[in-house]
Write a protein that binds this ligand. Structure first.
Ligand SMILES: C[S@@+](CC[C@H](N)C(=O)[O-])C[C@H]1O[C@@H](n2cnc3c(N)ncnc32)[C@H](O)[C@@H]1O
Length: 383
């Protein structure tokens, strides 16, 4: 395997957007305010910090273009400078994969993106840096981070587990099947790897706040409120395209989303055994909260005044554009390397245009409500 092929697999989940629109599309600003900020605020007040010992350091792991977390960062900066004085320096580190669109991120935080209200530009004594490295490695020096935040990024695995399945999304694997087991083991390993690296980076007394998607999100397996299953529909379209010979059976079978839906039990398990590497590293589970996150796309549609066919199509295009940002890469990676990029793009255009038609036909029944877990972790010790 060449280096490039290897990289392709490793970064299978990179976002399909070069125009800095992920945060605009992802629509998650409200849930950050409603759910993530209260968790983070609670953690901030328990971090042992005194002025005169350098900057207060916050790292956003899996930050994408920074749009979703910008208001959270501002809240953190305000909190720190109200508590420790306006001269207290704050260092914000935005971490993501090396192929992340860091240009857009800088555009957002430094205020070049005038369509994003409020950058960090006007915040005094605030310094921003970026780190392009997988969070499954140590990204920052030992004992250098006071608060680590990760919003909706931990679901992507470090590698695409080597399984063959007729399912594209692991959430549809039959529980207990060999492929389900492989994903379960990889998920536990990745969770532990992520935590062990953060254990090194956190100062004693530092805190972590992690938001990740729960398994109950899938209406096929959990008590979700959606009647339509987005991932099932995407798999079915992909399977139809195989039957219609747009793609081969080998390509269909090679398409697996390297993505986990976490369970509360699995997230807690790593902390339970007192002899586990996580406990030995000094990390302790403080709390885990689970919240239902309503689908803001459907919500927006339900509140829209104009609901004719043209409006439904426009709504569906926008909803599916967001779905495509995070899933395009997976479907492309399943396609044979004998195909040129134009061929691949045409196949993916066909796949997503079928999904647009599915959404447009009944927008009120097409949503992606989630059940998310918010995990609070502490590194024991005093500064
Ligand atoms: C759905 S986006 C979430 C972005 C942002 N945190 C938010 O809440 O809108 C997931 C992000 O995680 C990043 N990501 C996935 N795997 C990663 C890894 N191993 N290391 C660092 N970032 C990763 C992706 O590149 C992507 O930017």
């Amino acid at each position: 395997m060449t280096k490039n092929e290897n990289d392709d697999v490793k970064w299978k989940h990179s976002l399909y957007t070069g125009d800095g629109r992920f945060g605009d599309l992802s629509n998650s600003k409200q849930e950050v305010e409603d759910f993530a900020w209260p968790v983070v605020k609670g953690l901030l007040s328990s971090i042992p910090f005194t002025t005169g010992h350098g900057p207060f350091v916050i790292c956003d792991y899996g930050a994408a273009d920074g749009i979703s977390s910008i208001s959270l960062m501002k809240n953190c900066i305000d909190w720190v400078q109200k508590t420790y004085g306006e001269n207290q320096q704050v260092h914000i580190i935005y971490e993501d994969l090396p192929n992340n669109d860091f240009n857009s991120l800088i555009g957002v935080v430094e205020g070049w993106r005038y369509d994003v209200p409020g950058s960090l530009l006007d915040q005094k004594n605030v310094f921003v840096t970026c780190c392009g490295r997988t969070f499954y490695k140590q990204c920052l020096p030992d004992a250098s981070v006071h608060l680590g935040i990760s919003l909706l990024a931990l679901m992507w695995s470090s590698v695409c587990p080597d399984v063959t399945s007729s399912e594209v999304f692991s959430v549809h694997f039959v529980k207990g099947s060999p492929e389900h087991r492989v994903f379960e083991v990889q998920s536990a390993r990745d969770w532990e790897t992520f935590l062990l690296h953060r254990a090194k980076e956190l100062v004693p007394g530092g805190r972590l706040a992690i938001q990740t998607v729960g398994r109950e999100t899938c209406p096929c397996t959990g008590p979700g409120s959606d009647v339509w299953c987005m991932t099932r529909s995407m798999s079915d379209i992909w399977s139809d395209m195989m039957n219609e010979e747009y793609i081969t059976e080998a390509e269909y079978l090679a398409t697996i989303e390297p993505y986990y839906y976490h369970t509360e039990e699995a997230l807690c398990a790593a902390f339970k055994d007192t002899s586990s590497p996580i406990r030995q590293s000094g990390l302790r589970l403080l709390a885990i909260e689970t919240h239902n996150i309503k689908c803001l796309w459907r919500d927006r549609w339900m509140r829209s005044i104009k609901q004719d066919d043209a409006a439904a199509k426009k709504h569906a295009l926008s909803f599916v554009q967001w779905i495509r940002t995070w899933s395009n890469r997976t479907f492309t990676t399943g396609l044979s390397s004998d195909r040129n990029s134009e061929e691949k793009e045409n196949i993916l255009d066909e796949m997503f245009s079928r999904l647009v038609d599915q959404v447009a036909i009944a927008p009120a029944d097409r949503g992606y409500s989630r059940v998310d877990h918010f995990v609070s972790v502490a590194k024991i010790g005093e500064v």
